[in-house]
Design a binder for this molecule. Sequence first.
Ligand SMILES: C[S@@+](CC[C@H](N)C(=O)[O-])C[C@H]1O[C@@H](n2cnc3c(N)ncnc32)[C@H](O)[C@@H]1O
Length: 292
Amino acid sequence: MPDAVFASARPSAPPSAPLTAPPAAPPGEGIPARRAVTSGENRRASRHWWDEDADEYQAEHGDFLGRADFVWCPEGLREEDARLLGDVAGRRVLELGCGAAAAARWLVAQGAEVVALDLSGGMLRHAREAADATGLRPALVQADALALPFGDAAFDIVCTAFGAIPFVDDSALAMREVFRVLRPGGRWVFSVTHPMRWIFLDEPGEEGLMAVNSYFDRSAYVEQDENGVATYVEHHRTLGDRLRELIAAGFVLTDLVEPEWPEGHEQIWGQWSPLRGHLFPGTAIFCAAKPA
Ligand SMILES: C[S@@+](CC[C@H](N)C(=O)[O-])C[C@H]1O[C@@H](n2cnc3c(N)ncnc32)[C@H](O)[C@@H]1O
């Protein structure tokens, strides 16, 4: 959806957080459509979008995400409290779609050996600046989550908060890549916009309580320019789709966390709001393990 995610959320756009969901109005100025995209078109659009949006994204969401903090979602669930990754000290951890890599820096501070990967050089520039400012230095890698530049079994843990997974056309391939780079017994934990959010308009208010899209429409949400060239792409998968992709890759599902909206949390992030958050989930966090 569109309004992207914990992700994009431009100030003018109706909601969306680093986290994501379909919009009633587009996050950007592009013309919205639901249609098929090729992998190449998807990659070009994502790289361009996140490079262009990096400064605005960090200006808008940097304070919420913190300098060295691991926030799973706009509901504000933190790894410090949730402990979905288990003990990370001394573990080799890969953060996919790291953005400015606040989560990777938190992991470094906990004693993990961390690689933070992102498609966007613009996002990684923020990660470099924050590493200089904090002295917390994960290794930074610019690459595509669909072609991880690591050997088999290189990591104990792979994780992401709204990074990469909602933005790749072939999320089943992403699951297989993560499975490949994890050692047996390793964990894979990722958060995405809750699939049911895709049936609603991407609005934090009353308009966002009305179901208007089919939950079963898996065509990509695309914003395109006047020539029909994609400028932003985001993908919906049903809950069943996500589970099947994990299982087909070889994973065992260990938990599916649907963070509840905390009392007293008033901050709106795109389509994530107290109004909607008290009624239905905005984020799904999939916890999986590679069998030992
Ligand atoms: C919504 S942001 C999330 C960033 C960070 N995890 C956070 O919570 O703010 C999505 C990130 O995924 C990255 N991304 C998109 N497609 C990707 C891909 N194919 N491979 C790696 N990263 C990708 C974007 O560049 C962007 O930094």
